[in-house]
Design a protein around this ligand. Structure first.
Ligand code: FES
Length: 161
Protein backbone atom coordinates (compact mmCIF):
# COMPACT_ATOMS: atom_id res chain seq x y z
CA UNK A 1 0.00 0.00 0.00
CA UNK A 2 1.32 3.40 -0.99
CA UNK A 3 2.30 5.68 1.85
CA UNK A 4 1.42 9.34 2.02
CA UNK A 5 4.51 11.33 1.03
CA UNK A 6 5.67 14.42 2.89
CA UNK A 7 4.08 16.48 0.09
CA UNK A 8 0.88 14.55 0.54
CA UNK A 9 0.88 15.32 4.25
CA UNK A 10 1.33 19.03 3.50
CA UNK A 11 -1.55 18.89 1.01
CA UNK A 12 -3.85 17.17 3.50
CA UNK A 13 -3.00 19.78 6.15
CA UNK A 14 -3.76 22.54 3.62
CA UNK A 15 -7.14 20.92 2.83
CA UNK A 16 -7.98 20.80 6.55
CA UNK A 17 -6.98 24.45 6.97
CA UNK A 18 -9.12 25.49 3.99
CA UNK A 19 -12.21 24.41 5.93
CA UNK A 20 -11.06 25.67 9.34
CA UNK A 21 -13.99 28.09 9.59
CA UNK A 22 -16.65 25.48 8.85
CA UNK A 23 -18.61 24.01 11.75
CA UNK A 24 -18.81 20.55 10.17
CA UNK A 25 -15.84 20.32 7.82
CA UNK A 26 -15.33 16.55 7.78
CA UNK A 27 -17.27 15.64 4.60
CA UNK A 28 -15.70 18.51 2.64
CA UNK A 29 -12.22 17.55 3.78
CA UNK A 30 -12.74 13.87 2.94
CA UNK A 31 -14.21 14.74 -0.48
CA UNK A 32 -11.19 16.87 -1.32
CA UNK A 33 -8.78 14.15 -0.20
CA UNK A 34 -10.67 11.52 -2.22
CA UNK A 35 -10.53 13.79 -5.31
CA UNK A 36 -6.86 14.62 -4.85
CA UNK A 37 -5.51 11.16 -4.01
CA UNK A 38 -8.19 8.87 -5.39
CA UNK A 39 -8.63 7.22 -1.98
CA UNK A 40 -8.42 7.95 1.74
CA UNK A 41 -5.89 5.67 3.44
CA UNK A 42 -5.76 5.28 7.21
CA UNK A 43 -2.69 7.49 7.37
CA UNK A 44 -4.63 10.36 5.80
CA UNK A 45 -7.44 9.81 8.31
CA UNK A 46 -4.89 10.07 11.14
CA UNK A 47 -3.63 13.40 9.79
CA UNK A 48 -7.21 14.73 9.53
CA UNK A 49 -7.91 13.50 13.05
CA UNK A 50 -4.89 15.40 14.43
CA UNK A 51 -5.82 18.54 12.52
CA UNK A 52 -9.52 18.81 13.31
CA UNK A 53 -9.77 16.88 16.57
CA UNK A 54 -12.24 14.20 15.43
CA UNK A 55 -11.31 10.63 16.37
CA UNK A 56 -9.90 8.29 13.71
CA UNK A 57 -12.71 5.85 14.58
CA UNK A 58 -15.32 8.43 13.70
CA UNK A 59 -13.56 9.39 10.46
CA UNK A 60 -13.14 5.72 9.54
CA UNK A 61 -16.87 5.24 10.13
CA UNK A 62 -17.70 8.02 7.66
CA UNK A 63 -15.20 6.81 5.04
CA UNK A 64 -16.54 3.27 5.13
CA UNK A 65 -20.22 4.33 5.23
CA UNK A 66 -20.24 6.32 1.99
CA UNK A 67 -19.48 4.35 -1.15
CA UNK A 68 -17.92 7.34 -2.93
CA UNK A 69 -15.07 7.29 -0.42
CA UNK A 70 -12.51 4.56 -0.79
CA UNK A 71 -9.89 3.14 1.58
CA UNK A 72 -7.89 1.66 -1.25
CA UNK A 73 -6.53 3.16 -4.47
CA UNK A 74 -8.96 2.69 -7.33
CA UNK A 75 -8.11 1.66 -10.86
CA UNK A 76 -7.69 4.03 -13.79
CA UNK A 77 -11.04 2.80 -15.11
CA UNK A 78 -13.86 2.38 -12.64
CA UNK A 79 -16.50 -0.01 -13.90
CA UNK A 80 -19.73 0.77 -12.09
CA UNK A 81 -22.31 -1.98 -12.47
CA UNK A 82 -25.77 -1.00 -11.34
CA UNK A 83 -27.39 -3.69 -9.22
CA UNK A 84 -30.55 -1.67 -8.52
CA UNK A 85 -33.89 -3.43 -8.96
CA UNK A 86 -34.56 -2.48 -12.62
CA UNK A 87 -31.05 -3.52 -13.65
CA UNK A 88 -31.07 -6.60 -11.44
CA UNK A 89 -34.22 -8.04 -13.01
CA UNK A 90 -32.63 -7.55 -16.43
CA UNK A 91 -29.54 -9.59 -15.62
CA UNK A 92 -27.15 -7.13 -13.95
CA UNK A 93 -25.78 -9.85 -11.65
CA UNK A 94 -24.62 -11.93 -14.62
CA UNK A 95 -22.96 -8.83 -16.08
CA UNK A 96 -21.00 -7.96 -12.94
CA UNK A 97 -20.07 -11.66 -12.60
CA UNK A 98 -18.71 -11.61 -16.16
CA UNK A 99 -16.58 -8.51 -15.45
CA UNK A 100 -15.28 -10.30 -12.32
CA UNK A 101 -14.50 -13.45 -14.28
CA UNK A 102 -12.67 -11.64 -17.09
CA UNK A 103 -10.70 -9.32 -14.80
CA UNK A 104 -10.11 -11.88 -12.02
CA UNK A 105 -11.32 -9.55 -9.26
CA UNK A 106 -14.40 -9.30 -7.06
CA UNK A 107 -16.61 -6.20 -6.88
CA UNK A 108 -14.84 -3.54 -4.83
CA UNK A 109 -11.41 -4.79 -5.93
CA UNK A 110 -8.82 -3.38 -8.32
CA UNK A 111 -6.72 -5.33 -10.83
CA UNK A 112 -3.03 -5.76 -9.92
CA UNK A 113 -1.99 -3.54 -12.86
CA UNK A 114 -4.10 -0.71 -11.42
CA UNK A 115 -6.19 -0.51 -14.55
CA UNK A 116 -9.71 -1.59 -13.49
CA UNK A 117 -11.88 -1.41 -10.39
CA UNK A 118 -15.31 -3.02 -10.30
CA UNK A 119 -17.93 -1.25 -8.20
CA UNK A 120 -21.42 -2.55 -7.48
CA UNK A 121 -23.77 0.43 -7.54
CA UNK A 122 -27.33 1.10 -6.46
CA UNK A 123 -29.74 2.73 -8.94
CA UNK A 124 -27.89 5.33 -11.00
CA UNK A 125 -31.10 6.85 -12.37
CA UNK A 126 -30.89 5.17 -15.75
CA UNK A 127 -33.53 2.47 -15.23
CA UNK A 128 -34.98 3.07 -18.73
CA UNK A 129 -31.78 1.69 -20.26
CA UNK A 130 -31.28 -1.15 -17.77
CA UNK A 131 -29.06 -2.95 -17.24
CA UNK A 132 -26.71 0.02 -17.03
CA UNK A 133 -22.95 0.08 -16.61
CA UNK A 134 -20.78 3.19 -16.31
CA UNK A 135 -17.07 3.40 -16.90
CA UNK A 136 -15.51 6.65 -15.67
CA UNK A 137 -18.85 8.35 -16.18
CA UNK A 138 -19.54 6.99 -19.69
CA UNK A 139 -22.83 5.08 -19.64
CA UNK A 140 -23.21 1.73 -21.40
CA UNK A 141 -26.95 1.21 -21.90
CA UNK A 142 -28.70 -2.16 -22.11
CA UNK A 143 -25.50 -4.00 -21.34
CA UNK A 144 -25.30 -7.69 -22.11
CA UNK A 145 -22.98 -10.46 -20.89
CA UNK A 146 -21.73 -10.86 -24.46
CA UNK A 147 -20.67 -7.22 -24.69
CA UNK A 148 -18.57 -7.36 -21.49
CA UNK A 149 -15.43 -8.80 -23.07
CA UNK A 150 -15.68 -6.31 -25.97
CA UNK A 151 -15.84 -3.41 -23.55
CA UNK A 152 -12.85 -4.68 -21.54
CA UNK A 153 -10.90 -5.19 -24.79
CA UNK A 154 -11.73 -1.65 -25.90
CA UNK A 155 -10.17 -0.20 -22.72
CA UNK A 156 -7.19 -2.53 -22.81
CA UNK A 157 -6.45 -1.57 -26.41
CA UNK A 158 -6.62 2.14 -25.51
CA UNK A 159 -3.78 1.39 -23.09
CA UNK A 160 -1.90 -0.69 -25.65
CA UNK A 161 -2.27 -3.75 -23.38
S1 FES B 1 -31.81 0.26 -11.23
FE1 FES B 1 -30.09 0.48 -12.48
S2 FES B 1 -30.29 2.46 -13.22
FE2 FES B 1 -31.97 2.27 -11.91
Amino acid sequence: MAQISENGRVEICAICEKYADETTPLMMILSDIQKKFGYIPLEAQEIVSEKIGISVAEIYGVVTFYSFFSLKPKGKYIIGCCLGTACYVKGAQQIIDKFSEILGIAPGETTADGMFTIDALRCIGACGIAPAVTINGKVYPKMTVDKVSEVVKEYRSMEGA
